[in-house]
Design a protein around this ligand. Structure first.
Ligand code: HEC
Length: 467
């Protein structure tokens, strides 16, 4: 009797498993039914199925006055591009999000699910039907003005900068004196582009050496021109902004420091829009309201000795850094120029565990940004951080700035390259931070020297980075 019961339950379990398998197969293959039987191809409508996807994932950039070249807020504007939308979502070109899933979990991830992509395919492939107006969700609401509330300090570019209608992209640095009488701890900043049609991304540097002011004075234009880096040795960074990025407070108790006497230097990347435009961007600073407990620091993973032969299709560079103390990673900022194709950062933990930190499989200089971890990532003492980067210096790389390709080395120009990733960390025990500074300096010194950097430049660079 008992044996029979067991047999019966086994049989039921097997049937249930089979049913589950069949259902899973069906839900994973939404095409099979309609492709074979032409059953209800018009069941997918804009109002019911597509508008919720577009409003949530596209409208932040595809609305009037934003960075994208056209708006996607209603049926007409979306339907007339249905085919193109189906193509760019299928290839995952849109929404722009470069970090591979499964390699780090980040705030504000912009990825459509496979189901959403399939729905868009079906909608575009079945005549892009509008559907019942009753199904249309409410228009998306966007907070105009400061996303994090009124800042403690509002800084504006001293003058408006004019961007010509046509021509190459412009990388321009603007110096904003802060005149802070004392060091300040900050827990957030918010960058607001003055003109979202032309500001493609922005990097925010600090300079307490006066070097940026000198460059500005020497350049007759408003601000001064630069490409990859800011053209001087920054004494700190606040972070960056790219379209679609949201500001965030640092985790509780964690701060960044702005030293008294520092200037803020904004480096804006402008992309001409076809019309003459002006921009005067603004930055809001939020001071820490609670006593600071931990200072956010960046570990630079750097290879200065790049030497990429012309025609080389897959040039690889690798660098490691072993953490001398227990850390937590809160963000990560990969950086390469136009030949860069791929960058992967992995943490090898002392116990043997492997923790992927980020993988950009299809690097695009235009969509670089700062990635913030959804939760801090533990990097115990003895963790080896490894950066792996690949470059394509062949004529097949459509972004190659040199025709024919040339030998390319480290530098700040469009035609130079970089292999750099900043890993933003906090020490689990703040008192141990000097050990991290020392380890970073020890790592950088021989690399800078091998790259031919002169003694004083080198020591200045390390000192300024470490303050
Ligand atoms: C973070 C901002 C942003 C988001 C979010 C975004 N786009 Fe875009 N989109 C752009 C920008 C900028 C361009 C123009 C530059 C380019 O083509 O890269 C663009 C271009 C396009 C194009 C034209 C591509 C071409 O080949 O010319 C299509 C179609 C498009 N987006 C559809 C979408 C759809 C659909 C979504 C949502 C699923 C979306 N975008 C989300 C910024 C965005």
């Amino acid at each position: 009797m008992r044996v029979q019961n067991i047999k019966l339950s086994l049989m039921i379990a097997a049937i249930l498993a089979l049913m589950l398998f069949v259902t899973m197969r069906e839900t994973h293959l939404p095409f099979s039914a309609s492709a074979k039987g032409h059953s209800e191809p018009s069941a997918v409508t804009f109002n019911k199925d597509i508008a919720p996807i577009i409003f949530k994932n596209c409208a932040s950039c595809h609305r009037p006055g934003e960075v994208a070249p056209f708006s996607l807020l209603n049926y007409r504007d979306t339907a007339k591009r249905a085919g193109q939308i189906a193509a760019v979502t299928k290839s995952r070109y849109m929404p722009p999000w470069k970090a591979e899933p499964g390699y780090g979990e980040f705030h504000d991830e912009r990825r459509l699910t496979d189901e959403q992509i399939a729905l868009i395919q079906r909608w575009a492939g079945s005549g892009a039907v509008e559907g019942d107006p009753k199904d249309l969700p409410p228009m998306p609401q966007f907070t105009e003005g400061w996303q994090l509330g009124t800042p403690d300090l509002v800084l504006k570019m001293p003058h408006a900068f004019t961007i010509k209608a046509e021509g190459p992209d412009i990388y321009q640095c603007f110096v904003i004196p802060l005149n802070l009488p004392e060091d300040k701890y900050i827990s957030a900043f918010e960058f607001r582009p003055g003109n979202r049609r032309v500001v493609h991304h922005s990097l925010l540097f600090l300079d307490s050496s006066g070097a940026a002011r000198k460059k500005d004075e020497a350049d007759p234009e408003i601000g001064f021109r630069s490409f990859g880096g800011p053209g001087f040795l920054p004494t700190g960074t606040l972070g960056g902004w790219a379209p679609g990025a949201f500001p965030h407070y640092l985790p509780a108790g964690i701060v960044k420091i702005i030293k008294s006497g520092s200037d803020l230097v904004i480096q804006n990347h402008y992309h001409p829009s076809g019309k003459v435009e002006t921009d005067q961007s603004t930055i809001g600073i939020y001071f820490s309201k609670t006593p600071p407990q931990k200072l956010a620091r960046a570990i630079p993973l750097i290879r200065f000795d790049l030497d990429i032969p012309p025609g080389e299709k897959l040039y690889k560079t690798l660098v490691s850094f072993t953490t001398p103390i227990d850390l937590q990673a809160i963000g990560i900022t990969p950086h390469m120029h136009l030949l860069g194709r791929e960058m992967k950062i992995t943490a090898f933990l002392p116990g043997g565990a492997v923790q992927p930190l980020i993988w950009i499989k299809d690097w695009d200089f235009n969509w670089q940004g700062q990635y913030l971890y959804a939760r801090p990532v533990r990097l115990p003492k003895g963790t080896r951080l490894e950066m792996e980067a690949y470059y394509d210096n062949s004529p097949d790389n459509p972004r190659n700035p040199n025709t024919p390709p040339k030998r390319v080395r480290w530098g700040e120009q469009t035609t130079d390259e970089m292999a750099l990733c900043g890993v933003q960390v906090v020490a689990e025990n703040q008192e141990e931070l000097p050990q991290l500074r020392l380890a970073i300096a020890q790592q950088l010194r021989p690399r800078l020297r091998a790259n031919g950097a002169s003694g004083t430049f080198l020591e200045d660079w390390i000192k300024q980075r470490q303050q």
